[in-house]
Ligand binder design. Structure first.
Ligand code: ZN
Length: 278
């Protein structure tokens, strides 16, 4: 009896060890590496703001920088901003200004100010950079979350009110892998929205610990033309390991950006609105 028990225990031990080995082999396949991302959006040809944001991000030791669209439009350095995005390997999706500036679509539904700036941009973009913008994907699914520009499945639509948010949470739920988290841009207003028991909530600004029981739609705000009454360039850091999202803002040489807008012959209102953060 004792011998049988010994044999039984040694078989159990071997099976347990096998399981441990299997877990070790399969873990990286089942649980992809947890990453720390910097997420930026709506650069809008503002070179000084982009450089200031990237300088600040360099202090965070991120694994990857993602951009939620609109590299160009409004400000005076479209080629320079695209060159930086390309050179630094920032993964980017297409914004509504990128599609119009590259000639993929016409700016028929743009405001007169946005239309003037986007046509000015189209005239100055290199063919190579236009080609780069045209090839950008409209949205991207990263491990565990999705990034899009305006709203899920529509680059031009905005998430402004509770109904827009609710519709997008519904789309998020119905994506093939039932996403809990989406990052978007387009409004130039930084905000974190959550869905709990079918209701949309506004999360506190600044630092956010993600809960497994909620879904989130999060906007990092704009690098190059913030519209939330704070003129500083805005971005966020998303750390998958600590499950935290931290929002940041940084000052930049706005006077230089404004001067370039005026020198370029772009509408003076575009320079003025930068100081107001709107
Ligand atoms: Zn934009």
């Amino acid at each position: 009896m004792k011998a049988y028990l010994g044999l039984y225990l040694s078989i159990q031990k071997s099976l347990f060890e096998c399981e441990l080995v299997l877990v070790e082999i399969l873990s990286p396949l089942c649980y992809p590496f947890l990453m720390r991302y910097a997420i930026i959006s709506d650069i809008h040809s503002n070179l000084e703001a982009l450089e200031a944001v990237l300088a600040k991000i360099s202090g965070f030791k991120v694994d990857e920088i993602l951009c939620l669209g609109d590299i160009v439009g409004y400000n005076a350095n479209p080629n320079e901003c695209i060159d930086i995005v390309r050179r630094t390997g920032i993964r980017c999706i297409m914004g509504n200004h990128d599609s119009r500036a590259s000639g993929l679509e016409e700016p028929d539904n743009f405001t007169p100010l946005a239309k003037e700036a986007v046509l000015w941009t189209r005239d100055r973009l290199s063919e190579d950079n236009k080609g780069f913008l045209r090839k950008l994907p409209r949205e991207l699914t990263i491990e565990g979350f999705i990034i899009f520009h305006g709203s899920i499945r529509d680059t031009d639509c905005y998430i402004i009110d509770e109904k827009d948010a609710s519709d997008n949470f519904h789309l998020l739920e119905n994506l093939p892998c039932d996403m809990k988290l989406g990052f978007y841009g387009h409004t130039h207003v930084r905000v974190a929205l959550s869905l709990q028991r079918g209701k949309v909530f506004l999360e506190p600004d600044g630092e956010l610990k993600l809960s497994t029981w909620k879904r989130y739609l999060i906007n990092p705000g704009s690098v190059g033309q913030p519209r939330d009454r704070d003129p500083r360039a805005s971005f966020l850091i998303y750390d998958e390991f600590s499950e935290k999202v931290d929002f940041y803002r940084t000052d930049y040489d706005m006077a230089a950006t404004q001067e370039k807008i005026i020198e370029a012959g772009l509408p003076v209102e575009l320079a003025e609105r930068l100081s107001m953060g709107r």
